[in-house]
Design a protein around this ligand. Structure first.
Ligand code: CMX
Length: 141
């Protein structure tokens, strides 16, 4: 398990990017809408891990609710795992609950699933894994 990214909830993704791009001297590496999560996301790639900026697409988005209640800031931490079903089974066997029955497709086409912050010292946890294709390299980075 490695740190894939930390997610920061922001109101204005362009303003946040402009601030962080000049802060770390690295440009945004990708930007996309994830309609079923109600968010637009943008990444700054820091090598082995990334910062993800999330802005709500509409007021029903979980990120809109987060911003309203808590303001801008750390929204979640995402761990990259090799075998997502095995990790889900491992956490479930330890008594942890996931926020959905199944993973869904997140940024970059990864499989993602979340666990409630109340079970993890106030941090919304995401597990994510790359989807293997026939042409994928055998290493998992
Ligand atoms: N981090 C830490 N605490 C959080 C939180 C977060 N991201 N979101 C909510 N909370 C806190 C609330 O402040 C509240 O605290 P208090 O009880 O002390 O007031 C508590 O958790 C409320 O829990 P809840 O009633 O279940 O709250 P919500 O209805 O706001 O739902 C959550 C929270 C995590 C279940 C919901 O946001 C969710 O299902 N998230 C997963 C999906 C998601 O976040 N998608 C967007 C990102 C997608 C992506 O990155 O691809």
């Amino acid at each position: 398990m490695t740190l894939d990214h930390i997610g920061i909830a922001v109101r204005d993704i362009d303003r946040a990017l402009s601030h962080y791009e000049s802060l770390v001297g690295i440009e945004c590496s990708g930007r996309e809408r994830i309609d079923h999560q109600g968010v637009e996301v943008a990444f700054i790639d820091l090598g082995d891990s990334k910062i993800e900026f999330l802005a709500p697409l509409h007021e029903d988005s979980p990120v809109a609710k987060f911003l309203e209640k808590r303001g801008e800031g750390m929204h979640h931490t995402a761990f990259l795992v090799q075998d997502l079903p095995a990790e889900i089974a491992r956490f479930t066997a330890q008594g942890y609950q996931f926020l959905s029955d199944e993973p869904s497709v997140g940024a970059g086409g990864k499989q993602v699933i979340f666990m409630h912050p109340k079970e993890h010292h106030g941090v919304l946890l995401e597990l994510c894994s790359k989807v293997e294709t026939e042409n994928s390299p055998s290493t998992h980075s």
